[in-house]
Design a binder for this molecule. Structure first.
Ligand code: HC1
Length: 574
C-alpha cells in the first residue's frame, strides 16, 4: 500500500491504483467521460483532471498512478473551471436536441453538465459538424452530430470484441467516428453485437427503434400479437426503473407486457429448453457417430455472424440448432398456431431481447418454418422500458404475474442461458443424464460459471472424458478458436457468446454510466439473479419440462427428428 492525501485527507491505497480509483476509495467521485475500465483507458477527454502537488499541469486521474506521499486535489476552482470548459467546448459542436433525445435522462454528458452547472451551453457556439447519420445496418443508427469523440465505441469494438470496424476518420475539427473508406456499417464485417451502443455515453449510438411498429400491431384487430422475453431481460429491466442491478423482475415484466396489450406473454426460456433437447441430441450424435467436433453453440447471432466472417472454415462446427429466439418463433407459428386455430400469417411474433444482433437474426435466411418469418419484430430491453414508460405503467408497483401456457413453462436450465456458461451447464444436465441413464447427484456445474472470458472443464461421463470450453466476448473467441485450429487445445463442446459475460451484458441491455461500470461488475450481479432463480425452481432440467415433453409427444416426435430438423434447425453461409 501507499499513503497519499486527497483534498487534505490521508488515505492508504493499494500501490498501482490510479488517482481515480484512490479517490473512489475515499468516497470522492471524479467525473469521467472517455474512460471505461479495460475498454478505453486513453486519458483523452480531460474531464477527470485533478491537481497533483509538484505536477506542471492538471493530470488525468483515470490513468495517473498514485505514489507514496502524493498530494491530490480534486475540487479546486482551477479543476472545476477546466472541467466546465471541457464540457462547454464539447457542447459547442454537439446537437443539443436533448428534449427528444432517446438518452435524455440517462445521458452522461447531460448529467455532467448538470452536476458542473454548465448553464451557458452555447458559450463557444460556432461552426457545427455536418450531421452524418449511418442507418445502413439492420440493428443500429449512428448520429455523429451527437458524438463527443470519446472513443469508447472504438475501444470496445477493437479491444474487447477484436473486430475493429470503426475508428476515428479525419483530423482536427473534422474528426468523426466511421468506417474505413466511409463505407456504411452494413458493408463492413460488423456483427451487430451492439457493445458500442452499450458503452456510448450519449445518444450518438442507438438501436433501431421498433416500438411504434409494435404499438401499431397491437392496435390492429386483425393481428394476434404474441411476445417472448429472453432469459436476461428479467435480470436487467428493473434498472430502467431505478431498481438495483441484479433485481429479477420477471413477474412485473409479465404484468407490464400483458397491460401493453400482448395477447399472450410467453418465455424464450421455454425455447431455451427446446434448444437443449435438440443440441444435446446433436452433441451425443456427433460424439457417437464421428461427427464434426468440437460442437459449438449457435444461439448468439453476433457470434454466428462472427464465425461466418472470421472463421468460415469452422461453420461446420456450429450447431445446426436455430437460436432459442428463432425456435420459439418457429414453434409459435407452427405448433401453437395449429393448436389455437390461428393462421400463422395473422400472427405478429415479437421478441424482447438483451441483444441488438437479434434484430439482424430475424432477417436471416431459413428462419421461416411456417413460410412466414419466425419472429417479426425484435425489441431490446431498452425499447421495452420505453414502451412501458410511454403508456404510463408504474412498473415498480405492478403485481407479479406468471407467463402464459404452454410456451411460458421453463426449467432452471432455460433461465441460466442468459449468463456465460449457462448454455453449457444446461446442456450438460441433459446430456449427462441421457448418456448415463441416471439422475445427476448435483446439477451445479460450477466450473463453467463466472464472468471470466475463457473457462475450461473436463467431465468423466459414463467412462468417457468430455472436455468443454466456455467463451464470452469475441476477442476471447478468436483466442480460443486459434488454439483449437492449431491443435494446441482440443474440446468436444464449446459455448460461445458474443458479448462479454453473455446475454446479461448484451448490447440491448440498460446502459449503466461509467461511474457505475468502472467500479461494479454488472455482469456478475445480473447473472446472479438468474442463478438464484434456477436454484429455486422445481424443475431444473430441460428434459423434465412438461410442456417440452408434450411438444415432442404431440408434434415433433423425437429430438433430432425429421420434423424437428425442418422447423428448428438452420444452415450457415461461408
Ligand atoms: Fe440470449 Fe438466448 S440466452 S442468446 O443470450 O440462447 O439475446 O437472454 O434470448 O435466442 O434463451 C439473448 C438472453 C436469448 C436466444 C435464449
Amino acid at each position: 500500500n501507499v499513503t497519499i492525501k486527497i483534498n487534505g485527507v490521508q488515505i492508504s491505497v493499494p500501490a498501482g491504483s490510479t488517482i481515480l480509483e484512490a479517490a473512489r476509495m475515499a468516497h470522492i467521485k471524479i467525473p469521467t467521460l472517455c474512460f471505461l475500465k479495460e475498454i478505453n483507458e486513453i486519458g483523452a477527454c480531460r474531464m477527470c483532471v485533478v491537481e497533483v502537488k509538484g505536477a506542471k499541469s492538471l493530470v488525468a486521474a483515470c490513468v495517473y498512478p498514485v505514489s507514496d506521499g502524493m498530494e491530490v486535489w480534486t475540487n479546486t476552482q482551477k479543476v472545476l473551471d477546466s472541467r466546465r470548459k471541457t464540457l462547454q467546448l464539447i457542447l459547442s459542436t454537439h446537437r443539443k436536441e436533448c428534449l427528444s433525445c432517446v438518452r435524455s435522462g440517462n445521458c452522461e454528458l447531460q448529467q455532467l453538465c448538470h452536476e458542473l452547472k454548465v448553464d451557458d451551453e452555447n458559450k463557444y457556439a460556432g461552426e457545427m459538424q455536418q450531421s452524418m447519420v449511418d442507418d445502413s445496418a439492420p440493428h443500429m443508427i449512428r448520429d455523429n452530430s451527437k458524438c463527443i469523440l470519446c472513443r469508447r465505441c472504438v475501444g470496445v469494438c477493437e479491444n474487447i470484441q477484436g473486430i475493429g470496424v470503426i475508428g476515428a476518420n479525419g483530423r482536427g475539427f473534422s474528426t468523426y467516428i466511421g468506417q474505413a473508406f466511409d463505407m456504411g456499417l452494413a458493408q463492413t464485417s460488423c456483427v451487430s453485437c451492439g457493445q458500442c451502443i452499450a458503452v456510448c455515453p450519449t445518444g450518438a449510438l442507438t438501436e433501431k427503434d421498433s416500438t411504434d411498429q409494435v404499438f401499431a400491431a397491437i392496435a390492429d384487430p386483425t393481428k394476434h400479437v404474441f411476445v417472448q422475453t429472453a432469459p436476461s431481460v428479467r435480470a436487467a429491466l428493473g434498472e430502467e426503473f431505478g431498481m438495483p442491478i441484479g433485481t429479477n423482475v420477471e413477474g412485473k415484466m409479465v404484468a407490464a407486457l400483458r397491460r401493453l396489450g400482448f395477447e399472450k406473454v410467453f418465455d424464450t426460456d421455454f425455447a431455451a429448453d427446446l434448444t437443449i433437447m435438440e443440441e444435446a441430441h446433436e452433441f451425443l450424435d456427433r460424439v457417437q457417430n464421428g461427427g464434426v467436433l468440437p460442437l459449438i453453440t449457435s444461439c448468439s447471432p453476433g457470434w454466428v455472424k462472427y464465425c461466418e466472417h472470421y472463421f468460415p472454415d469452422m461453420t461446420e462446427n456450429l450447431s445446426s440448432c436455430k437460436s432459442p429466439q428463432q425456435m420459439f418463433g418457429a414453434t409459435l407459428k407452427t405448433y401453437y398456431a395449429q393448436k389455437a386455430g390461428i393462421d400463422p400469417k395473422d400472427i405478429v411474433s415479437v421478441s424482447v431481447m438483451p441483444c441488438t444482433a437479434k434484430k439482424f437474426e430475424i432477417g436471416r435466411d431459413d428462419q421461416d418454418a411456417a413460410g412466414v418469418a419466425d419472429v417479426d419484430i425484435s425489441l431490446t430491453t431498452r425499447e421495452l422500458a420505453r414502451m412501458i414508460k410511454r403508456v404510463g405503467l408504474d412498473f415498480t408497483e405492478l403485481p407479479d404475474e406468471t407467463f402464459d401456457d404452454p410456451l411460458g413453462e421453463s426449467s432452471g436450465a432455460g433461465v441460466i442461458f442468459g449468463a456465460t456458461g449457462g448454455v453449457m451447464e444446461a446442456a450438460l444436465r441433459t446430456a449427462v443424464e441421457t448418456l448415463t441413464g441416471e439422475s445427476l447427484a448435483s446439477l451445479d456445474f460450477t466450473e463453467v460459471r463466472g464472468t471470466q472470458g475463457i473457462k475450461e472443464a473436463s467431465y468423466n461421463v459414463a467412462g468417457m472424458e468430455i472436455k468443454v470450453a466456455v467463451v464470452s466476448g469475441l476477442g476471447n473467441a478468436r483466442t480460443l478458436l486459434n488454439k483449437v485450429k492449431s491443435g494446441e487445445a482440443t474440446y468436444h463442446f464449446i459455448e460461445i457468446m458474443g458479448c462479454p459475460g453473455g446475454c446479461v451484458n448484451g448490447g440491448g441491455q440498460p446502459q449503466q454510466p461509467a461511474s457505475v461500470r468502472n467500479f461494479t461488475d454488472i455482469r456478475a450481479l445480473r447473472a446472479k439473479a438468474l442463478y438464484d432463480q434456477d436454484a429455486a425452481m422445481p424443475i431444473r432440467k430441460s428434459h423434465e419440462n412438461p410442456s417440452i415433453q408434450r411438444l415432442y409427444k404431440e408434434f415433433l416426435g423425437e429430438p433430432g427428428s425429421h420434423k424437428a430438423h425442418e422447423i428448428l434447425h438452420t444452415t450457415y453461409v461461408k
